[in-house]
Design a protein around this ligand. Structure first.
Ligand SMILES: *[C@@H]1O[C@H](CO)[C@@H](O)[C@H](O)[C@H]1NC(C)=O
Ligand SMILES: *[C@@H]1O[C@H](CO)[C@@H](O)[C@H](O)[C@H]1NC(C)=O
Ligand SMILES: *[C@@H]1O[C@H](CO)[C@@H](O)[C@H](O)[C@H]1NC(C)=O
Ligand SMILES: *[C@@H]1O[C@H](CO)[C@@H](O)[C@H](O)[C@H]1NC(C)=O
Ligand SMILES: *[C@@H]1O[C@H](CO)[C@@H](O)[C@H](O)[C@H]1NC(C)=O
Ligand SMILES: *[C@@H]1O[C@H](CO)[C@@H](O)[C@H](O)[C@H]1NC(C)=O
Length: 468
């Protein structure tokens, strides 16, 4: 009898202990917002451009770092790709400081300089994602050394085009190669789930018809496969940057998620909720002044909280530093750098010689852009006639024969000069030429003819490299 009682008390004690332990474990999970078990969250942040006229891409990426850092991710798990030529650019009115909204704080301080300048390459981006340290050239050598339980957050901001994302050093990121890298990462079994936020023109085209939905990768993009994305906080638009900036401070989709993450308790917000809020803000007053935020891949991942990927903090800034406007003034991503140069020319207080040099640069860039647009048009007319060629069904990949697309781009650049981040916008035309079954020989002849008298000057791919 006595021993039965003892046993009963013992059982009661064990059960109580188990319940207590469970509760405290749940409390811990709640309070840190960390995923279950041994999971580490990794992040790869990429600004794909350089130069002061593209200030906003590095500002977005620095801001993203601050969100993750505040959320509790560790520097050893955050890998940053940024050219790092903005903070001390002579045009920056606040040397050593980068801001991402008109009244926003410095977002530059503390950002790890993992892959900067010449080390910011597509090959390093792929090697870092794959966790292959021996394939990395230069930089900090940090890679995503993730384990099967880990989560990965990837964020990229820059210019893009159908099937392509810019990089400050050529070659650029091509959709089929990027998707191949993601497939390899998946096959290596070194992550649980991955979330990718992508801000660029035609960003949907990187994934549409290409990303399988069974790789535990969830993606949102700034725009659909066929439209441009937008820069914001631009001079002479509303809200403008502080006086003296002469450049856009952010991109509409990017500041939408970043400012949302700054303001909210991310343990209480799902990726789906963030997607919907960002979609609404990026739409802007109407789609003429905005773009369609899209989602791709393993969609059920969006039922997870944002904190799983971005961390979380209970400390939110006491004052709301981001202006909340119902409609945001915007500038097309592709025009924003030239827009910035014109602004600086207009407001310049420099010597006449400095002004003349800036004007000369603006004229050169404008002339090269006009040449790109007209020569591509001549080639298209020659090969496809007046139409655009075949239009593919919505949801299908840009092109099936990526080798053909790359051949076409290289051929074009050989005779006509480098496409630059602006001229990338013509990759859809090249894709259509491929989809129409035009032979390599016909492409070669049409391109040679279109640019036979053109002098490439500094836009010779032999000097600046090929885009692919
Ligand atoms: C967590 O990881 C450590 C070391 O990798 C391992 O020893 C431990 O068993 C793991 N715990 C769980 C709950 O997976
Ligand atoms: C890592 O990269 C090196 C060099 O490119 C390559 O030889 C090696 O096979 C790669 N390792 C893995 C595990 O893929
Ligand atoms: C590239 O990386 C190497 C090795 O870390 C470093 O010495 C070099 O300064 C880096 N170059 C640039 C331009 O950042
Ligand atoms: C993509 O955006 C363009 C331009 O705003 C629009 O005309 C088109 O309907 C959109 N397509 C999808 C699938 O959202
Ligand atoms: C969590 O979010 C819901 C709705 O999104 C809101 O009503 C609630 O107050 C939030 N809770 C906390 C603790 O922030
Ligand atoms: C999300 O949905 C998946 C699939 O329906 C489910 O297995 C998972 O438990 C859900 N996660 C959360 C956090 O609700």
């Amino acid at each position: 009898m006595v021993s039965h009682l003892r046993l009963a008390i013992l059982i009661l004690f064990v059960v109580q202990l188990a319940i207590a332990k469970r509760l405290s474990l749940l409390d811990t999970l709640r309070s840190t917002g960390k995923p279950h078990g041994n999971s580490t969250t990794w992040a790869v942040l990429v600004a794909g451009s350089n130069m002061y006229g593209n200030y906003r891409h590095q500002a977005d990426v620095c801001h993203a770092y601050q969100v993750l850092k505040k959320g509790g991710l560790k520097d050893k798990n955050i890998i940053v790709f940024m050219y790092d030529d903005i903070a001390y650019d002579p045009y920056n009115p606040r040397p050593g400081v980068i801001i991402n909204s008109p009244k926003g704080p410095d977002v530059y301080a503390g950002v790890p300089k993992d892959y900067t300048g010449a080390n910011l390459t597509t090959a390093n981006f792929y090697a870092v994602l794959l966790g292959n340290a021996t394939a990395v050239k230069g930089g900090s050598g940090k890679v995503v050394a993730s384990k099967p339980n880990d989560k990965i957050f990837v964020y990229y901001s820059d210019h893009g085009a159908a099937g392509m994302l810019g990089m400050p050093n050529s070659p650029y990121i091509i959709a089929d190669e990027f998707i191949q890298v993601l497939k390899e990462k998946h096959a290596s079994g070194t992550y649980d789930e991955m979330v990718i936020y992508l801000d660029s023109c035609e960003s949907g085209s990187i994934f549409e018809g290409l990303l399988p939905d069974d790789m535990n990768i969830y993606v949102t993009t700034a725009s659909n496969a066929t439209e441009d994305s937008l820069a914001t906080y631009c001079p002479e638009s509303n809200p403008p940057p502080p006086p003296g900036f002469g450049t856009c401070l952010g991109d509409l989709y990017s500041v939408s998620w970043l400012e949302d993450s700054d303001k909210n308790d991310l343990r209480n917000e799902t990726l789906e909720q963030q997607y919907l809020k960002v979609k609404k803000r990026t739409r802007n007053t109407d789609y003429n002044e905005g773009s369609h935020v899209m989602q791709y891949g393993t969609l059920w991942i969006s039922n997870e909280t944002v904190s799983v990927y971005q961390g979380s903090t209970t400390k939110h800034s006491p004052v709301d530093l981001s202006p909340s406007f119902d409609s945001m003034g915007v500038v097309n991503q592709r025009d924003a750098d030239l827009y910035s140069m014109r602004q600086r020319y207009k407001k310049s207080t420099g010597t006449q010689q400095q002004k003349d040099e800036l004007l000369k640069k603006i004229k050169e860039i404008t002339a090269h852009r006009a040449h790109l647009d007209s020569s591509v048009n001549i080639i298209k007319q020659n090969l496809l006639g007046n139409g655009d060629g075949p239009v593919r069904a919505q949801g299908s990949a840009l092109v099936d024969d990526w080798g053909c697309l790359k051949f076409m781009i290289r051929t074009y650049e050989t005779y006509c000069g480098t496409l630059t981040q602006y001229g990338m916008k013509h990759t859809r035309t090249f894709a259509n030429i491929c989809n129409n079954g035009v032979t390599e020989r016909a492409m070669d002849e049409a391109t040679k003819e279109a640019c036979s008298t053109h002098k490439m000057g500094k836009w010779n791919p032999a000097i600046v490299g090929y885009s692919v």
